[in-house]
Design a protein around this ligand. Structure first.
Ligand SMILES: [Fe+2]
Length: 230
């Protein structure tokens, strides 16, 4: 498998280019609009056919590249079935396998950061979107976020993966690129809670500013980034 982690400096977003082999079908996860040309160039350089682009959830801090990628490459665009994005080729549901040549990818519904958040499970690794971050978790105070649901997604699903599973989040603000489930269980401060109620209290106590781009990004992302809001 070829697995490339790509970074957007402006929003500290990680996007992921995944394929089984050079010359094969490729998937892009959480692409950022401004980097579309870079993704397409990299796919060309590696002789990949971009067939699928996925957002783990509707992002509030950057505009998605899904719409432009579909326009320019003809790839299928997909998100989970709860999403309010109106512009997708298809939607996946909990437990569904994504179709990509020779790569096993399962979408699992992990709401909490938003009500449309999914994680993608691959052999030996998981893309956690903004549900589980390295030494953090995604905020739950807007876009139908729900701290209790996030606790269930974390402790009931993601943290049930084997300890050695590599964790690749959608963001990191401290220069960390990858972690493991075991490492996060032991050292992620948000996960050191006694129970669900304690996690809700912890998340409700956070005082956070709205993301700078939220008022632009959320409406634009409901249109796959093809029409920015005024
Ligand atoms: Fe997010």
């Amino acid at each position: 498998m070829i697995f490339r982690q790509l970074f957007d400096h402006t929003s500290s977003t990680y996007s992921y280019l995944i394929t089984s082999r050079q010359g094969g079908e490729a998937l892009l996860v959480d692409p950022v609009l401004e980097n579309t040309a870079r993704y397409i160039q990299l796919a060309r350089e590696l002789d990949l056919r971009l067939v699928l682009a996925v957002d783990t959830h509707i992002h509030a801090d950057h505009v998605t590249g899904l719409g432009q990628l579909r326009k320019q490459t003809g790839c299928i665009t997909a998100m989970g079935e709860m999403t309010q994005a109106e512009c997708l080729s298809t939607r996946f549901s909990d437990g569904e396998k994504l179709k990509l040549d020779n790569v096993d990818i399962q979408a699992i519904y992990t709401p909490g950061h938003t009500d449309d958040s999914y994680s993608l499970v691959l052999p030996g690794r998981v893309l956690t979107g903004d549900t589980l971050l390295i030494r953090g978790t995604g905020r739950t105070d807007f876009q139908n976020g729900d701290a209790g649901a996030q606790y269930d997604s974390l402790f009931g699903r993601i943290l049930k993966l084997p300890d050695e599973t590599l964790v690749y989040p959608a963001h990191d603000y401290n220069g960390m690129t990858v972690s493991t489930i075991g490492e996060e269980k032991s050292h992620n401060p948000r996960l050191q809670v006694s129970d669900r109620a304690a996690y809700i209290v912890l998340m409700d106590s956070l005082v956070l500013n709205d993301p700078k781009m939220m008022d632009v990004a959320v409406p634009a992302n409901r249109k796959c980034g093809l029409a920015k809001a005024a």
